[in-house]
Design a protein around this ligand. Structure first.
Ligand code: TMP
Length: 213
């Protein structure tokens, strides 16, 4: 079946403002008459949300890096088949709060897991499906963590060290360098109005159909 909708993902470290920008994106697309499905990873279906709880709650049993990676992709496999692919086939655009770039950044960059292993799982689970457009919201690690801490108590991954989050940030920025056509980096420690005008600038060609991929 032909995919008709566009697949947009939002990425970045902790506390970079993805939630605020997600509702801005939704409003912007709705205003232009585009049907939108909002979702997130890990999560987005009942099973995947269960897996999210397993991944994010702190527990006495240490989750191995391999188990963490596989749980991310188990949640993703379910989410893709149940939510993302049906929505795209039905012509809805999908905006997903985090996707596989987060796996390269957190499990690859943060945990030092092999990029080849991640790539293999990406191909296995997703086939050819990749986001059409990705916004990478970037801010210095300490600024984001302060915001995350302010918001609520930290979950298992948010409780990682500064070094971990520096590696995550570096891995994200490297991916953006490798795929500049798809991944648009937006500095999120600037005024919201400036963040939003950059978002609309990058969205424009997709909305008005003059994007050639
Ligand atoms: P959230 O805080 O943006 O909802 O994301 C949940 C956490 O899961 C966040 O700390 C990043 C992490 N994560 C990974 O480590 N790998 C992944 O593939 C995804 C999707 C999220």
């Amino acid at each position: 079946m032909m995919i008709k909708g566009k697949f947009i993902t939002l990425e970045g470290g902790e506390g970079v403002g993805k939630t605020t920008n997600m509702s801005f994106l939704k409003d912007y697309l709705s205003l232009h008459g585009i049907p939108v499905t909002l979702t997130r990873e890990p999560g987005g279906t009942p099973l995947a949300e269960h897996i999210r709880i397993l991944l994010l709650e702190s527990s006495d049993e240490v989750i191995t890096d391999q188990a963490e990676l596989l749980l991310m992709f188990a949640a993703r496999a379910q989410h893709l088949k149940q939510v993302i692919e049906p929505a795209l086939h039905a012509g809805s655009w999908v905006i997903c709060d985090r996707f596989t770039d987060a796996t390269y950044a957190y499990q690859g960059g943060g945990r030092n897991m092999s990029a080849q292993a991640i790539q293999w799982l990406e191909n296995f689970v997703q086939g050819n499906l990749r986001p059409d457009l990705t916004f990478l919201f970037d801010a210095p690690v300490e600024i984001g963590l302060k915001r995350a801490r302010h918001r609520s108590s930290l979950d298992r991954i948010e409780s990682e060290t500064l070094v971990f989050f520096e590696q995550v940030r570096r891995a994200y920025l490297l991916q953006a360098k490798l795929e500049p056509e798809r991944i648009k980096v937006i500095k999120s420690d600037q005024a919201l109005i400036d963040v939003q005008s950059e978002i609309t600038r990058f969205l424009h060609p997709f909305v008005f159909n003059d994007h050639h991929s």
